[in-house]
Write a protein that binds this ligand. Sequence first.
Ligand code: FAD
Length: 469
Amino acid sequence: MVVGEFTTEVDVLVIGAGPGGYVAAIRAAQLGKTVAVVEKAELGGVCLNVGCIPSKAMIHAAHTYEHTQHTESMGITMENVKVDFAKVQEWKSGIVKQLTGGVGSLFKGNKIQVIPGEALFVSENEVRVFHGYDVNRYRFQHCIIATGSRPIELPAFPFGKRVMSSTEALSLTELPKSLVVIGGGYIGIELGTVFAKFGTKVTILEGSDQILPGFEPDMPRLVERKLKKLDVTIHTKALAQGMEETENGVIVTAEVKGEQQKIEAEYVLVTVGRRPNTDELGIRDIGMNVTDRGLIVVDKQGRTSIPNVYAIGDIVAGPALAHKASYEGKVAAEAIAGHSAEVDYKAIPAVVFCDPEIASVGINEKEAKEKGIDYIVGRFPFAANGRALSVNAGEGYVKLIAEKETNLVLGAQIVGPEASNIIAEIGLAIEMGATLEDIELTIHAHPTLGEVTMEAAELALGRPIHVMK
Ligand SMILES: Cc1cc2nc3c(=O)[nH]c(=O)nc-3n(C[C@H](O)[C@H](O)[C@H](O)COP(=O)(O)OP(=O)(O)OC[C@H]3O[C@@H](n4cnc5c(N)ncnc54)[C@H](O)[C@@H]3O)c2cc1C
């Protein structure tokens, strides 16, 4: 031990204050534990500081700006609408500050100690925390690791002046004139849409044969149509190979459907995935079981191969999403407190805040086929919904999938206005074991976008009101 190192004892030590860690800490405190949280950067993690929240603020600002340019059909003409991008950033940063401050207040209210610094395991029940020149030790009965993930860097596109990860892209203070986005997953599409709406010339390079791989092909098709209207160039089956910096930007070389292309742009944004922050924690040294991809192996309560240490969020298997991290955080805290909680992943919603929004929960048709499930489907269009037309957003559909014999709701895919909110009803339906009749017989307020879910259930049951069978 270094002279001057102090050891503090806590019931539960949480490492990382993202949506996994801070939620786990609050639940553990609610359950009567003394809790301390180690955080090397800002409270709120990626989600609040450089992920979900700032990106959604930017998306909303960009949507608002774009909408002002398309109101003539409603009889509204706007002139001289301008973007002050630095102000947009200021507004976004204000929201981030408010929310991260909120986490601080919740910690205070729940008597959770915040330990600034970087944690490193020294044994199965002790970490050292490095903060500047200070090093302190914390001994715990239980620990929850929630250290999240960071952007993957491509060797041919090292992050720097002209090559950005989502973090830098979200804090640009000037709008780029042109941008190449490498990776057409949800982060690339969301940020690409933001910049395109603000007037940047965007080119997207996606390796697979559709953007937003993982979603049923019908869904990204509508998004692609909108991106093309925004003058975005989309290259699928495209492999970014290298780049050359010029005085004012970069020239990216890519192989697109087998042919070489050169694309000039002011910046490159690399969004090809994220890697778990498990390499600098010392967990391998204490014998923790970690996969080749750096994911910590856990059981259904989040317990690692070291029984008093738990892991949650982006560092364990499953989709890297904030709501999954928080859910796992609550389960782990409850397990530590002796409750019989365990994870059940059958209804994790996935949402992309593109235009139109897309969302899914449960299984889709492909997965139903793979599982040999005999299923029925109801796909109802927003074009037949009064509310959708009255908010000028009649594109897309709600698709429900249910077991044929029992009508048990198994999943849903939504493309269209407020897909991000509408999906919640179907998540609950799956969780509650609801059938199509339950959704059909639930009185949905009129006129609302949510009615489309009810109509999709009726359609699946063969008795739709507002479309012909
Ligand atoms: C641009 C972008 C947009 C996104 N949008 C969405 C969205 O709309 N919806 C959604 O669900 N998800 C979204 N995500 C993903 C979401 O942000 C992550 O899934 C979520 O933040 C993971 O939570 P976590 O608690 O596992 O880790 P994180 O939020 O990554 O937090 C981990 C924390 O641990 C700290 N830490 C790491 N190592 C140490 C250490 N050794 N000692 C102390 N502290 C440490 C880090 O500083 C960090 O604060 C987005 C991500 C990005 C990048």
